[in-house]
Design a protein. Structure first.
Length: 88
């Protein structure tokens, strides 16, 4: 039996998108992020709503995947950024 979330997506699929978001967050930290960007992500506990272009880039990157879960992806991304930020 496949575990389901309230939205009907499998728990495994949500974990997969969280992991992908986490890995992309780690890449963002290494290649792009500055202190203020990390602080904004930590405060929002997600990819900030005002980052429309950044959000659109993510959605466009994964648009072809019918199972894309932005919330799970953003949660993983924010987790990576928060872990790094707390070490500063």
């Amino acid at each position: 039996m496949v575990s389901q979330t309230s939205g009907g997506m499998s728990v495994e699929r949500v974990k997969e998108w969280h992991t992908i978001g986490y890995e992309d967050g780690c890449r963002f930290i290494r290649e792009e992020a500055d202190y203020e960007e990390l602080a904004a992500i930590v405060r929002a506990r997600s990819i900030p709503a005002g980052w429309d272009i950044f959000r659109a880039e993510i959605v466009n990157k994964f648009l072809g995947g019918p199972s894309f879960d932005f919330q799970a992806y953003a949660s993983g991304f924010a987790r990576a950024c928060t872990e790094f930020y707390e070490k500063l």
